[in-house]
Design a protein around this ligand. Structure first.
Ligand code: NDP
Length: 328
């Protein structure tokens, strides 16, 4: 294969362009493992990169796509051999390193995780970076000591990718989940995933008081800004909020009151440079604690050539759950 199909991002007079094209194999970047990519996915960050709405891409030309699952084709890393099934998320793919919306990817062997038993490559990308981040958030809450016995947990951006997987996993392991959404029409969907209660996100979007009535023991927040500030001010004594996203903004107009008067903790979640051991742990937990029927309910499959169009939709908040991209 001297060239292969890829979604390529180029600089244009105004901004950037993203289009399906042939990419020359000789242009692949350094790496010790070459992977035949079978599935990828669409995350919020992919939407930003594809539309050029934020400076996610820092090298041109770029192959978009921050995560993939596929089969090793060739490896000079002794940890991997041809035929191994692997999953790769983050590490700057689609930002500084050529990414995942392509038939081929070349990466460092250290970046790869073996596909866990029981998960197909398609399942892994139906989960994708968003679902992986949701699992990292759940693991952080557990590590902090938030258990189903501690009280309810809240999930914001509930109908999005991170939110949908977080609800499915948290409810499966026994938490009482409160889902916060701006889409009242998705209430049945959220309940089918396991949400015990659905609230309107407007309840959490006004400027936060330093402390408010205690409503939950923990939370997974993919929204940021006032929403995160409200989550903190409504967290029970000793609880914690895992902050992983910024769908409403990067700011955090909060006060120290929840921290110093209620011992609340803010747990930062990063999926991109997350070390390899927690990565493996998160994928194992996703294999065991994410109901496959629910996963298929939240998943929409699209072909590679529709990726740019769906990139704009995810930024417009029009995507429900997860989008999986069929590469070949
Ligand atoms: P999605 O677009 O699938 O979901 C985001 C959801 O947030 C939307 O579905 C919507 O949920 C809600 N939302 C959107 N706009 C607003 C707004 N203005 N105010 C309040 N809520 C809003 O994205 P993902 O789930 O893929 O990603 C969610 C966030 O997490 C993003 O900010 C992303 O960058 C971040 N992220 C961070 C990672 C990390 O490593 N820390 C990794 C992956 C993602 P609803 O309609 O239910 O209200």
């Amino acid at each position: 294969m001297a060239s292969f199909k890829a979604i390529r991002i180029d600089k244009a007079d105004k901004g950037t362009t993203a289009a399906l094209t042939q990419f020359d194999e000789a242009e692949l970047m350094d790496g010790d493992v070459t992977v035949r990519v079978e599935w990828s996915t669409l995350n919020y960050k992919d939407g930003l990169a594809l539309t050029g709405k934020a400076p996610v891409v820092r090298r041109f030309p770029m192959i978009a796509g921050i995560d993939f699952a596929g089969t090793v084709e060739a490896s000079s890393d002794p940890a991997w051999k041809a035929g191994d099934k692997v999953v790769c998320t983050g590490w700057g793919m689609g930002e500084t390193h050529l990414g995942a919306y392509a038939e081929k990817a070349r990466v460092k062997g250290d970046w790869l995780v073996a596909l866990p038993q029981g998960l197909s490559a398609r399942d892994a990308m139906a989960i994708g970076t968003a679902g992986f981040t949701a699992m990292l958030s759940v693991l952080a809450l557990e590590k902090h000591g938030v258990s189903p016995k501690s009280g309810p947990v809240v999930v914001t951006g509930a109908a999005g990718g991170v939110g949908s997987v977080a609800i499915a996993v948290l409810s499966r392991v026994g938490y009482h989940v409160i889902a916060s959404t701006g889409r009242a029409t998705e209430a049945d969907y959220l309940k089918s995933l396991g949400a015990a209660e659905v609230i309107d996100r407007n309840e959490l979007s006004a400027p936060a008081k330093p402390l408010a009535k205690e409503r939950w023991a923990g939370g997974v927040d993919s929204v940021g800004s006032n929403t995160l500030a409200n989550l903190l001010s409504m967290t029970r004594y000793g609880g914690a909020i895992a902050a992983c996203g910024l769908a409403a903004g990067m700011d955090l107009p909060s006060s120290v009151a929840p921290f110093i008067l209620r011992g609340v903790c803010l747990l930062g979640i990063d999926s991109v440079m997350c070390p390899i051991d927690p990565r493996k742990a998160a994928w194992q937990r996703l294999a065991s604690d994410l109901d496959r029927t629910k996963l298929s309910e939240i998943t929409t499959e699209i072909p590679l050539d529709q990726v740019p169009e769906w990139g704009a939709k995810i930024l417009a908040g029009q995507v429900r759950g997860r989008i999986v991209v069929k590469i070949v």
